[in-house]
Ligand binder design. Structure first.
Ligand code: ASP
Ligand code: MG
Length: 412
């Protein structure tokens, strides 16, 4: 029988009532003839509570015990979901990650999936089981310890199962009804997209549209898993939500598909560093060792052998970045006159695969911002994305103006 993967996030299994509602949706797909693999998150708020408990006992916790504790929320919902389905006369069984087994590496709290042998679950399907309810977010290390996949990791569990079982589709049930052209809380004209390409979704996911864990989209793209994001609070239908799929499956799309933003960016400038080979490596080496997520980088033209180097990173990493750079300066690895941190900036990006074949997107973006009197501080581009750093107080305005300028309220 064809396999369907259905993943229910924390708000969709937040209490017994909602678990029943989710189970009903599963029942509908079973009745259509699918063998279903259900991936569940912990009840909303549960994982945070567990994480806090660990931190309360032991600030420098043993990562193996952290995983043993924080993975447990999913065990509860998996069992409850299986019971609920059984009550509806749907043959169902729950599986914890290690029972499948979902094999990962040993990177506790951010483990990577290495293998999901399908035999055990397939054998049960053959015997008549119709639904395998699997606890998301967790696996087992080569040492036989429980691991977790990082916060939001049950999305990745779901996609990995869809790939391993060659599922027809992977439906991600959440509390929003799909992926939008931008945040509807900022631009009231934001429109739900029917389809979006994997690469666009990756850009939007990593730019702060927190619908899907970034790794799940990477995985879906690699294995060409059709991924659908939809709300568990709306009526069930085959067309609901947003389909994240390969570019080829999207007939027409706007040049720009979405406007993303990230509120908590900081701009850091090293004033007057020597302009010579190796200087960028000397600056960004220590930053990377300190775990700083450097995003945009700009080097100014040099004057008399010296230049300014500007980069952006998340606001909460500024202190750490300063420390790393100061240490490199003290060690004589780099030399700069001043280090200026501007923490009042935000990043706004236009994303769309259409940019590959159409020119003029950057020009239109800059003109729009200039018409609004918004000053651009840093620009960075990739094949399908243009990002700018601007003063944070203009972020909403910029998002709205760009959404209007690219007519994202209208479909192609
Ligand atoms: N329960 C985990 C978390 O809150 C995993 C997930 O829900 O995706 O991060
Ligand atoms: Mg999530």
């Amino acid at each position: 029988m064809p396999v369907l993967v259905m993943k229910f996030g924390g708000t969709s299994v937040a209490n017994i009532d909602r678990i029943r509602r989710a189970a009903k949706r599963v029942g509908v797909e079973v009745a259509k003839g699918y063998d279903v693999i259900v991936i569940v998150s912990a009840m909303s708020g549960k994982t945070n509570e567990l994480v806090n408990w660990v931190g309360e006992i032991s600030p420098l916790y043993d990562a193996r015990e952290y995983d043993a504790v924080v993975s447990s929320g999913e065990n509860v919902t998996a069992g409850l979901m299986a019971l609920t389905l059984q009550e509806m006369d749907v043959p169902a069984r729950s599986w914890q990650g290690w029972q499948v087994p979902l094999k990962t590496n040993s990177s506790h709290s951010s483990a990577r999936i290495e293998d999901i042998p399908p035999e055990n679950i397939t054998a049960k399907f053959t015997e008549g089981m119709r639904v395998a309810v699997v606890a998301g977010f967790q696996g087992i290390s080569p040492e036989g310890r429980i691991t977790t996949l990082g916060r939001g990791g049950s999305d990745t569990t779901a996609v990995a199962f869809a790939a391993a079982f060659n599922a027809e589709r992977c439906d991600i049930y959440t509390d929003v009804d799909g992926v939008y052209t931008t945040d509807p809380r900022i631009a009231s004209k934001a429109r739900k997209l029917d389809r979006i390409a994997f690469e666009e979704m990756l850009e939007l996911a990593s730019l702060g549209a927190k619908v899907l864990q970034t790794r799940s989209v990477e995985l879906a793209m690699r294995y060409n898993v059709k991924l659908r994001v939809l709300s568990s609070f709306e009526e069930q239908s085959d067309e609901a939500g947003t389909l994240v799929c390969a570019e080829e499956e999207i007939m027409e799309s706007n040049v720009v598909s979405g406007i993303a933003y990230s509120r908590d960016e900081a701009k850091m400038t090293l004033v007057s560093v020597a302009d010579r080979p190796g200087i960028a490596a000397a600056i960004f080496g220590p930053l990377s060792e300190a775990g700083i997520n450097v995003d945009m980088i700009v080097q100014n033209i040099s004057e008399e052998g010296r230049t300014d180097m500007t980069f952006s990173c998340p606001t909460d990493q500024v202190k750490r970045a300063e420390k790393a750079l100061l240490a490199a300066k003290d060690a004589g690895q780099i030399n700069y006159h001043d280090l200026i941190a501007d923490t009042d900036v935000a990043k706004v990006s236009a994303v769309g695969i259409g940019m590959r074949s159409q020119s003029g997107v950057a020009a239109k973006m800059f003109k729009t911002l200039s018409d609004e009197g918004v000053n651009i501080k840093v620009i960075a581009t990739s094949e399908i994305k243009i990002s700018v750093l601007i003063d944070r107080k203009y972020m909403e305005l910029a998002v709205q103006a760009l959404h209007d300028a690219f007519e994202l309220d209208k479909s192609a």
